[in-house]
Design a protein around this ligand. Structure first.
Ligand code: GAR
Length: 188
């Protein structure tokens, strides 16, 4: 199968990156990860790029020429899908418009609920019965593009932020690959 070239943007632990790298080894998985972009030089996730010999770039997103530098690399590596995976920086409107291919993101809530930061504490404060994760297209409005896949679970009495993160991320490792399959197999 001819795989599409994808790039993953990270800022931290990179467990979704690790999972996507593993999944992309399947012959039938629609993407190949050709580039990793990271805006935090202390991010553990960079090690997954190194270990798997995937080109990576460390950039300071405050750097003026950030958009142009990344757009140049996306072109160089013929990237047709950007997967945001724990990338804690808002993508500029200019960037979204200039990269006129697909950008998707994973968020640890059942969107449209609990957009933005501190998701788990907001969920607990709100006494939600259910939570989960969402993979969605990235638009100019934060965490608001069309949803591709959502997975959910019931919150238990003793769940704290750590438990919620653990349970949510277990679902993320299923939801993100599923969303990518949906995009290419079912033309989302
Ligand atoms: C993921 O749980 C993702 O949903 C969340 O960051 C985590 C990154 O984990 N993203 C956001 O909160 C975006 N607003 P990882 O670095 O281990 O993949």
């Amino acid at each position: 199968m001819v795989k599409k070239n994808a790039c993953v943007f990270i800022s931290g632990r990179g467990s979704n990156l690790k999972n996507l790298i593993q999944r992309s080894r399947d012959y039938n998985f629609p993407i190949k990860i050709c580039l990793v972009v990271c805006n935090n030089r202390n991010a553990k996730g960079i090690n997954y790029a190194k270990k798997n010999s995937i080109p990576f770039v460390l950039v300071d997103s405050k750097f003026n020429n950030f958009d142009n530098k990344i757009l140049y690399l996306l072109k160089k590596y013929k990237i047709s899908l950007i997967c945001l995976a724990g990338y804690m920086k808002i993508i500029s409107k200019k960037f979204i418009n200039k990269f006129n291919k697909k950008i998707i993101n994973i968020h640890p809530s059942l969107l449209p609920k609990f957009k933005g930061l501190n998701t788990y504490s907001k969920i607990l404060k709100n006494n939600e019965k259910k939570t989960g994760c969402s993979v969605h297209f990235v638009t100019e409005k934060l965490d608001s593009g069309n949803i591709i896949v959502q997975k959910s679970f019931f919150i238990e009495k003793n769940d704290d932020e750590n438990n919620l993160r653990f349970k949510t991320q277990k679902l993320e490792y299923l939801a993100y690959p599923q969303a990518i399959i949906n995009i290419y197999r079912y033309n989302y």
